[in-house]
Write a protein that binds this ligand. Structure first.
Ligand code: PRT
Ligand code: MG
Length: 228
């Protein structure tokens, strides 16, 4: 490529974000030429010589875009809110500095919810203003939620298998993503409160948007149209 600055790098994560982004890319006239399930490549070529895809961890997408490792990326609102809070002392999405969050792609949809064991009286625990022990990977979202309700909370940070926490007595409740509800059901947990709806967003590096205005604008518009 002769004009390196014109090349566009899109950060995606393997799994549902990648899978759900493919139809949007196709609608924008872009086909990904490498299959991440078949190769170990982290940089994927596309049918557009000036567009490439980099595969990063879902929670690393905002970091890549913020620091210009990618010009744009697709990340869940959950990831963006946690990332924003991490770097801005709990101010959430409003504080995402170098990131511009223009398009709700309406993919990878789910909800952030509170779940407990069926025999735990959540309503009473919340009403009485007693302390409640909550385990989550999403500690900033959880803290904000319970603060808004005026509920005292002891937060326990976990990185996975959150369903185990109420079953082992580690916590009274968990805050986790729910889509079909079958994971909760399989672990005899019940969804007791919905915190917010979650979907994936297209995030854009602001400097890249200025530097590569035309091709970036066209790509963002195509994504927006495809997302509907
Ligand atoms: O897995 P890894 O640690 O690499 O990263 P990640 O979990 O952040 O990535 P990934 O690919 O699992 O999720 C990427 C994004 O997809 C998330 O950031 C969400 O915005 C979105 N998404 C949509 C979901 C779900 N639906 C979802 N159901 N992310 C996770 N889940 C999990 C949930 O945590 C729970 O364990 O699926 C389970 C519940 O599913 P149901 O269908 O049984 O209710
Ligand atoms: Mg996952």
């Amino acid at each position: 490529m002769t004009n390196a600055t014109a090349a566009i790098t899109l950060a995606l994560s393997k799994g549902r974000i990648f899978d759900d982004s493919l139809p949007l890319l196709a609608a924008a006239g872009i086909e990904v030429l490498d299959d991440p399930e078949k190769s170990r490549k982290l940089i994927l070529r596309t049918s557009r010589p000036d567009v490439r895809v980099v595969l990063v961890r879902a929670s690393d997408v905002p970091t890549y875009v913020e620091h210009g490792g990618a010009d744009l990326g697709v990340a869940g609102l959950d990831v963006l809110l946690e990332h924003g809070a991490e770097w801005a002392g709990g101010q959430g999405a409003a504080a995402l500095s170098g990131l511009y969050m223009p398009v709700d792609l309406k993919i990878a949809r789910c909800r952030m919810s509170v779940a407990t064991r069926a025999d735990f009286d959540y309503a009473a625990a919340v009403k009485q203003g007693s302390r409640i022990r909550v385990a989550s990977k999403y500690t900033h979202i959880a803290r904000q939620h319970f603060a808004d309700k005026g509920v005292h909370v002891d937060l326990i940070k976990l990185y996975g298998s959150m369903e185990l926490a109420p079953l082992t007595g580690l916590a009274d409740a968990i805050v986790d993503l729910v889509s079909t509800g079958s994971t909760l059901k399989a672990n005899h947990l019940v969804e007791v409160e919905r915190i917010m709806d979650i979907s994936a967003r297209l995030v854009v590096n602001q400097a890249a948007l200025k530097l590569k205005r035309e091709p970036m604008r066209r790509l963002i518009d195509a994504f927006a149209r495809a997302a509907g």
